[in-house]
Design a protein around this ligand. Structure first.
Ligand code: BYC
Ligand code: FE
Ligand code: FE
Length: 480
């Protein structure tokens, strides 16, 4: 057994020596029943008794960290898994750069650190809540299994943050851990903390867009937190990132397969005009302009998750050594940003202008820019599929100022191509860019479950490969 292997001898699997840490083990065991209640109430509805072909982590070594087996979701072994400790690690940025990383919470940063962990923790159960009805309309058992895999791992991400709260933040940490189970996505009285996590995920195309774009915000935020001088947070986030990759894979290939099915059906029917919506919808597939509108919604909501472009909160978190930049250690600068500037896009006198701002105040802007860049690869892959079918259409990320509620552009009315309009014109044309009620209704009409092994709904192509080298017609979920 390597030190990275996960111990399954306590009720909570872990690689943090919980059996020797009675206080934290007890706190987690006390929290566990509330978590299971939450999972039964707010987790995947109607499938708690199904046997799902899930991966479970058995080690945090990069090679072969998971095993695959049938599990009933409520019996999934949610565990506490941290990436291996890096001996001699020093704080990579901010005013403490070069000092040894902290193994305990520095008193002066306690509140900021707690807030960052709570915000991160809050998104995890929120996403499970948002996706809880989707199992019933899964386009195949393969997709259903992927949904449930994402759900149990988001549940585990909640455990990851709760462990940090309970181990390092005493009584108020335990209170925050309880509150994480009390808030509910979309609830008017006790909403989740960030905007996108209170929106509905009404159908599978939204699920795939969410896992492509919102889980990618997760990736960027986790990368930034993985740089943290607070070592337990860094190690926790590093392991979470290995799981995140699969979530984005599910999203990107899910949209890709949707695009592919649409293109195939158009080719078969001899339809060349992607805007011949009626004819395309008659084929039982989702027209490309509607797919674009869905991307517009989910990208703009995800951009809001980066906070204000100019942020003193983010500047303080950076200077304190708590939250760094994307790939901090690979950036070629002083990692303190004492005199640096960063170009930030703004609207000044009704026009877009790029303004050099103190880089330390523009940490959120920079992470958002890195995110936009990271989104491009997936979109390009979708466009390759369209091009291969000789259809004249490209999917594009909307302008960063489009449909924003947070930051520089919150009050602006900007089109996806970056035209600044007045508010009333924007509102009159919104259904050109965002799914109308009719678009939503059409997509909803396609959401019919396909529950036989190897069966796929009309609107989506089968995957190229199955999970864990299994074929596409494997029985990924055994429905009692
Ligand atoms: N909605 O200075 P500001 C994931 C608040 S996703 C509502 O502009 P700051 C996942 C903000 O809290 C990754 N409120 O920005 C994906 C602040 O309030 P206070 C989640 C918002 O502080 C899929 C005020 O506005 N992780 O893991 O730098 C499935 C001014 O803030 C929003 C993280 O986000 C919003 N969108 O905040 C499952 C990492 N944006 O304090 C999981 C942790 C801002 O003035 N969070 N506000 O009352 C952070 O690093 C930062 O707090 C934020 C930006 C990114 C949220
Ligand atoms: Fe997560
Ligand atoms: Fe995720």
């Amino acid at each position: 057994m390597s030190i990275n292997d996960v111990s399954y001898d306590t009720s909570i699997p872990n690689n943090v020596g919980l059996h020797q840490d009675r206080r934290v083990l007890k706190a987690l065991e006390k929290w566990h029943p509330g978590y299971i209640d939450w999972w039964m109430d707010m987790g995947p509805e109607s499938f708690q008794a199904a046997e799902v072909f899930l991966r479970t982590a058995v080690t945090v070594d990069i090679q072969g960290w998971a095993k695959f087996d049938y599990v009933k979701m409520p019996e999934y072994r949610w565990g506490i898994l941290l990436a291996a400790k890096e001996e001699g690690r020093t704080i990579p940025f901010g005013q403490h750069k070069g000092e040894p990383v902290w193994q305990e919470v520095p008193g002066e940063y306690r509140a900021t650190l707690r807030r960052l962990i709570v915000i991160q923790g809050d998104t995890e159960p929120a996403s499970v809540e948002q996706q809880r009805f989707l199992g019933k309309t899964a386009p195949s058992l393969y997709d259903m299994r992927n949904l449930f895999q994402v759900n149990v791992e988001e549940g585990r991400h909640l455990w990851a943050m709760v462990y940090l709260l309970q181990k390092y933040f005493g009584r108020d940490g335990r209170q925050e851990a309880d509150d994480l189970l009390a808030r509910r996505s979309g609830n008017a009285d006790r909403p989740r903390m960030l905007g996108a996590f209170n929106e509905a995920t009404p159908d599978w195309l939204s699920f795939f867009m969410f896992t492509t774009f919102t889980d990618r915000d997760g990736k960027m935020q986790l990368e930034a937190l993985a740089q943290s001088g607070f070592d337990p947070l860094s190690r926790t986030c590093r392991f979470m990132l290995t799981e995140e990759a699969h979530h984005m894979f599910v999203g990107e290939t899910g949209v890709g397969r949707t695009v592919q099915r649409t293109c195939e059906a158009m080719n078969e029917a001899g339809i060349t005009d992607p805007y011949d919506i009626e004819a395309i919808r008659a084929l039982g597939v989702i027209d490309l302009p509607t797919i674009q509108k869905k991307a517009n919604v989910h990208i703009s909501l995800s951009l809001d998750l980066f906070g204000s472009e100019m942020s003193t909160n983010a500047a303080n978190a950076f200077t304190s050594g708590l939250k760094g930049r994307y790939k901090e250690v690979n950036i070629d600068d002083d990692h303190q940003l004492i005199n640096d500037v960063y170009p930030v896009l703004k609207i000044i006198d009704g026009e877009f202008k790029t303004v050099d701002e103190p880089a330390v105040s523009a940490i959120n802007a920079r992470l958002r820019d890195d995110y936009v860049f990271d989104c491009r690869k997936g979109i390009q892959r979708w466009n390759k599929i369209i091009a291969k079918h000789n259809i004249d259409f490209t999917i594009a990320a909307p302008h960063v100022a489009f449909h924003r509620k947070i930051g520089e552009f919150a009050d602006a009315s900007v089109t996806p191509t970056g035209e600044i309009l007045d508010k009333s014109e924007w509102q009159a044309r919104a259904s050109e860019w965002l799914p109308s009620q009719e678009d939503g209704g059409y997509i909803a009409s396609l959401m019919k479950p396909a529950t036989k092994p190897g069966e796929y709904a009309s609107w989506i192509a089968p995957p190229k490969m199955g999970i864990d080298n299994k074929p596409g017609d494997y029985e990924y979920v055994k429905l009692d």
